[in-house]
Design a binder for this molecule. Sequence first.
Ligand code: OAD
Length: 234
Amino acid sequence: MQKDAINSIVILTGAGISAESGLATFRGPDGLWEGHRVEDVCTPEALARDAVLVHRFYDERRAKLAQVSPNAAHQALARLDARWAGDLLIVTQNVDDLHERAGAKRLLHMHGELKSALCAACGEAAPWSDALPPASACARCNEPRLRPDIVFFGEMPYRMDRIYEALENADLFVSIGTSGAVYPAAGFVQTARAVGARTIELNLEPSAGSALFDETRLGPATRLVPDLVDALLA
Ligand code: OAD
């Protein structure tokens, strides 16, 4: 059964929302992320094996943020955040900072952030905007074990309690620009459906999970997201 009135919204975003800003998605036609296999740059094993490569990879991604800007889709979600009187949680899988630069506040980065460094010794995360050489020291515990604050494959995404609490109260769940290939995010639609939320997917092409949504709208995020936000705020 679906709820008639919408008060509580959960929005999941993936790399597709930042594609039109000029940031590469993860699963391009060649299956590589900026020329690398995911397992070479996005696993604890890769970090242990070749910290120089992994740090440099994320340094390049971090530096690239200065060359890109939020697009109309990020801006539309920020507008929704500012004006929506009900509950809203924007959960992004993206490690870029384009949602917050557009002005979104009710936002959570479940896969970490490029502009943060995590201490592998004490667990402290701290804002970081420059290059992060391996063996940089933590300001809190002084151990030389700072690493990119990215949730690698095999690690637990952030804030799962908060995300499931929001999903269990959702009237509307919207998934934007994600291939539905990576769990637990790919399973959020099922949690939302189970509580009777309406579920909408906005993506350039059908995703692995399209059949799980009430509705899939195909097209670029910069067109689909502003249209959806306009309709919600109307
Ligand atoms: P993917 O690269 O797997 O998927 C991006 C999706 O966006 C694809 O389905 C594209 O069709 C779609 N897309 C591309 N351009 C678009 C546009 N202009 N408008 C709308 N949709 C568009 O990226 P994610 O699903 O975000 O994890 O990947 C999930 C996770 O896998 C990432 O967070 C990352 C990666 O490994 C970590 O870093 C831990």
